[in-house]
Design a protein around this ligand. Structure first.
Ligand code: AMP
Length: 180
């Protein structure tokens, strides 16, 4: 095997799991991988197709990212936005980062919310920001692990449900890792 071929093979390793703050995310939730970022479906989507784009390195604040990570994260968000808008029949997109706890961040790891939007999906369009902020992390993970309904308004999805969405989205992207 040439050096070039073995280097390419090395980048196509089978992914086992991904880190999201202190949480380990099963590969089944992940539908996109690039060199420095990954994309996963959401336990509690605010609207259909609400996904998260995350730098692989666990850093809390946007300012902590290197220029390469910022570029990769936003290119990933752009590519993912195109696909989820089309596949979930959106007309527009909300891209949002809650950059630190005072801004509503609950998982201490930079992540971009990518949310397909349609006219009148919320009575007041900007109410979506309140919804993003209202998501409560601890309850989310309890519900994921124990199948509890942690949120009065939205039920956490099971891993099996999330895997269906993730498998639907994967083929639309050229993957950096092998996702099984
Ligand atoms: P934020 O409030 O901006 O920190 O957003 C945290 C986001 O992570 C919310 O949209 C949650 O629904 C989502 N979330 C939390 N835990 C998981 C998980 N295990 N898998 C997928 N999404 C998650």
């Amino acid at each position: 095997m040439s050096i070039a071929t073995s280097a390419a093979a090395a980048t196509r390793a089978i992914a086992k799991s991904f880190q999201f703050g202190k949480w380990t995310i099963p590969t089944g939730e992940v539908f996109f991988t690039s060199r420095l970022s990954y994309g996963m479906v959401n336990t509690k989507p605010i609207l259909p197709g609400h996904v998260l784009v995350v730098p692989r390195r666990v850093v809390q604040r946007f300012t902590d990212l290197t220029p390469d990570e910022v570029t990769d994260l936003w290119m990933a968000s752009q590519a993912i936005g195109r696909v989820v808008e089309r596949e979930f029949r959106g007309e527009s997109l909300t891209f949002a980062i809650q950059d630190g706890p005072a801004a509503g961040q609950t998982v201490h790891h930079v992540h971009v919310h990518v949310i397909p939007r349609r006219r009148a999906d919320f009575a007041n369009n900007d109410d979506i920001y309140g919804e993003i902020e209202a998501q409560e992390q601890a309850g989310m993970h309890r519900s994921l692990q124990q199948g509890m309904d942690a949120d009065e308004n939205r039920k956490a999805r099971t891993l099996a449900e999330m895997e269906v969405e993730s498998r639907m989205l994967r083929p639309f992207f050229e993957q950096y890792d092998v996702l099984e």
